[in-house]
Design a protein around this ligand. Structure first.
Ligand SMILES: Cc1cc2nc3c(=O)[nH]c(=O)nc-3n(C[C@H](O)[C@H](O)[C@H](O)COP(=O)(O)OP(=O)(O)OC[C@H]3O[C@@H](n4cnc5c(N)ncnc54)[C@H](O)[C@@H]3O)c2cc1C
Length: 387
């Protein structure tokens, strides 16, 4: 068992840390308040080669692996959870093509995202089908050499500013096995950003409702060129990034703890800094225990995604990492805010923002409840055993 980071991983970590401190940290509060997409973050990530970390070298990515992405996401999320999501989105919007697409599709549809020339989004959730992916209703109907896509997707991260999206649609009504993925350019006729959500946190990355009204796409935009991807398309993509969602939580918690610790050293009550009070020290110790446990789970999960046996038989470990790290982020964000007392509740400090941002993590890319369903199923199926 090896716990040391490789030299390549350390370089990516340092590069992300530099961008986090120089670009993200000074802008995070403004980005939250304005709710405007931070193009300056995106350009800084592009200059630092952080947009294609898990994407193939052949198309301009770094092919540096999931652990490297996790490290980068952790660094930028210390200051802004939206920044972590922006890095994650390059992978979320392309992994279906990476796992199931042809070489040509990887060139055409991953390359521009890996190189930071285009932005992508991942369109799975619908107004009437979220956790229940098999129940989604968007249809893709074959018409000669084209497919005609009709349906609506909601809560799509980065959807309102995307140049292209991967959209999941059924080629036969009510048949989950007929689920397929298509690449749609957002300037194609029939595509519309119907509304942009007003939301609690992670306000730098807009989410919204996307409508596909008879969007006609040529067959070469059917990911893999053959029908029949089924549920393994979205599930493999989501599984590959569950630890990375966890990394957004780990980074957020590390940032919150560090900020509260600095505050506690300065803030005085009852004749001394509150950091001298044992009740406050115990809070910090609890937070550190929680962060360290989550960080190991997230790093282990990231490593597992890159192993040759990555697949459904490992899904529960990725769910453990996602559930634990995202729930940990909520506990730590709350306790760190508490350390600041009344000031923690105010927008003059970043902790109320971390608290709002953390709440998103227990819902996106599979809720905490859904992660538990996956873990319980693994136990009952004897996929997860403690002999
Ligand atoms: C800010 C934000 C960004 C998002 N970004 C994207 C994106 O980029 N792309 C995308 O496709 N989607 C995105 N989503 C959607 C997200 O993945 C879904 O909201 C999530 O999967 C839950 O689906 P739902 O909202 O329809 O809730 P539902 O599935 O209706 O669930 C409602 C409640 O029931 C629980 N529940 C459901 N099924 C079960 C079960 N079997 N056992 C126990 N409990 C269960 C859920 O845990 C939840 O508490 C985003 C959501 C948010 C809030």
């Amino acid at each position: 068992m090896e716990f040391l980071l490789s030299e390549a991983d350390q370089l990516i970590q340092q590069s992300a840390r530099r961008v986090a401190q120089e670009v993200v940290k000074p802008r995070a509060a403004d980005v939250d308040e304005s709710g405007e997409y931070p193009e300056d973050y995106f350009q800084a990530f592009k200059r630092a080669d952080l947009l294609g970390i898990t994407l193939p070298k052949a198309v301009g990515g770094a092919d540096a692996g999931t652990l490297a992405l996790t490290l980068a996401v952790e660094e930028v999320s210390k200051y802004d959870c939206s920044a972590g999501l922006m890095l994650l989105l390059s992978s979320l919007s392309t992994h279906t093509i990476k796992f199931f697409g042809t070489e040509q599709q990887q060139q055409d549809f991953i390359g521009p995202i890996a190189r930071g020339e285009r932005k992508g989004a991942f369109c799975l959730t619908e107004p009437d089908a979220g956790s229940d992916v098999a129940g989604l209703k968007t249809r893709a109907v074959r018409d000669g050499d084209d497919y005609v896509i009709t349906g609506q997707k909601c809560f799509i991260s980065g959807g309102p500013i995307a140049d292209q999206v991967v959209v999941f649609a059924k080629t036969e009504a009510d048949n989950p096995r007929s689920l397929n993925a298509f690449v749609v350019d957002t300037d194609m006729p029939g595509f519309e950003v119907t509304s942009v959500d007003r939301k609690m946190g992670v306000r730098g990355v807009p989410t919204g409702v996307l409508t596909f009204d008879q969007v006609r796409v040529p067959r070469d935009r059917l990911v893999g060129l053959e029908e029949g991807m089924g549920m393994k398309g979205p599930l493999t993509t989501l599984n590959s990034l569950r630890p990375v969602v966890g990394a957004r939580g780990v980074g957020l918690a590390e940032g919150a703890l560090t900020y509260a610790l600095d505050f506690a050293r300065q803030r005085r009550a009852f004749g001394g800094p509150i950091a001298d009070l044992q009740a406050i020290q115990m809070k910090f110790a609890e937070m550190a225990i929680d962060i360290e446990a989550a960080r190991l789970l997230v790093y282990q999960g990231s490593w597992m995604v890159d192993q040759p046996d990555f697949g459904p038989s490992k899904a529960h470990y990725l769910s453990v990492a996602k559930a634990y790290a995202t729930e940990m982020a909520n506990r730590v964000a709350s306790e760190a805010l508490q350390v600041l007392g009344g000031q923690g509740y105010m927008m003059d400090h970043p902790l109320e923002r971390h608290y709002r941002d953390a709440r998103q993590l227990m819902i996106v890319e599979g809720t905490s409840e859904v992660q538990r369903v996956i873990i319980a199923r693994a136990l009952l199926d004897r996929n997860l055993v403690y002999p």
